[in-house]
Design a protein around this ligand. Structure first.
Ligand code: ADP
Ligand code: MG
Length: 256
């Protein structure tokens, strides 16, 4: 083989190695969450309840995931682990390439606070303070000045269509409005991931649909990664990826 061809082959190899490295880097960057053989076994006295049995899944940045499955299949357990609210009995969970089981309490709290916004079925708002102050709460843990925090809370409440309800107490709001406040609260610290466990479970179907449309907009226009649990298959259709759990195991992953 002549000198030129050898050079050409060498260069070609170099480019392929470079592309492969870039692909790997990009994939690593895009993987926001990685669960590797995750087990959760609750202990109730002498009895052990295996709620998750070796769950392995990768969730990419910018995905919209619906977790479905019968009651008791482990959906909330999986959400609590993803949200770093609980630790697995076995296995690893990587959030932004960091193994959460190996972080200190305070590093974990910071990572969680910066990365994840939570939405619950029961809204979990503080009833003694206004909608506005509920949204302000997570902002108090960030290093931003009062004026910026105030402006941000105002803007987010506006975005969820509640600018005329900011001074209402949660009890003076409908279920759908309370869930909008809780969505606004979850967005306050501008997290990359929104975790929602049965967010429409307490709402009528029309209100549930409007909440889902809001998630869809956050996903499409704000680039949020959304992971939600729902038992409503019609609402799961809004998601891009569907993960089905059965008895603590993933039995299906579908992409829309
Ligand atoms: P889902 O959200 O799909 O309804 P969960 O994750 O709440 O399911 O529960 C999965 C299993 O783990 C169930 O059998 C449930 O009874 C059990 N479980 C959940 N939380 C606890 C707990 N704190 N202590 C003991 N068992 C629990
Ligand atoms: Mg649940």
């Amino acid at each position: 083989m002549d000198y030129k061809s050898t050079l050409f082959i060498k260069e070609h190899r170099r480019i392929i190695i470079y592309i492969k490295q870039r692909e790997l880097e990009q994939r690593m960057n895009q993987t926001l969450l990685h669960l590797e053989n995750v087990w959760k076994i609750y202990k109730m006295g002498e009895v052990e309840v295996p709620a998750l049995k070796g769950v392995t899944v990768e969730i990419k940045k910018g995905d919209f995931v619906a977790i479905i499955g019968a009651s008791g299949s482990g959906k909330s357990t999986m959400m609590n682990l993803i949200g770093c609210l609980d630790m697995p009995s076995k296995g690893s969970i990587f959030l932004k390439n960091k193994d959460i089981t190996k972080l200190s309490e305070s590093n974990l709290a910071t990572l969680r606070g910066e990365t994840i916004g939570f939405i619950f079925q029961q809204y979990n708002l503080i009833h003694s303070i206004t909608a506005f102050d509920n949204v302000m709460l997570p902002l108090e843990f960030l290093e931003i000045d009062d004026k910026t925090a105030y402006e941000r809370a105002k803007k987010i409440l506006d975005m969820v269509g509640l600018s005329d309800k900011t001074h209402h107490l949660p009890t003076q709001l409908s279920g759908g409005q309370q869930q909008r406040v809780s969505i606004a609260r979850s967005l306050a610290a501008d997290p990359e991931i929104i975790l929602a466990d049965e967010p429409t479970g307490n709402l009528d179907s029309v209100t549930g649909k409007s909440i889902m449309e809001m998630f869809h907009r956050l996903w499409k226009e704000e680039g949020k990664t959304i992971i939600m649990v729902t038992h409503d298959l019609k609402l799961a259709k809004y998601a891009h990826t569907t993960i089905e759990l059965k008895d603590g195991e993933i039995i299906r992953i579908d992409k829309n």
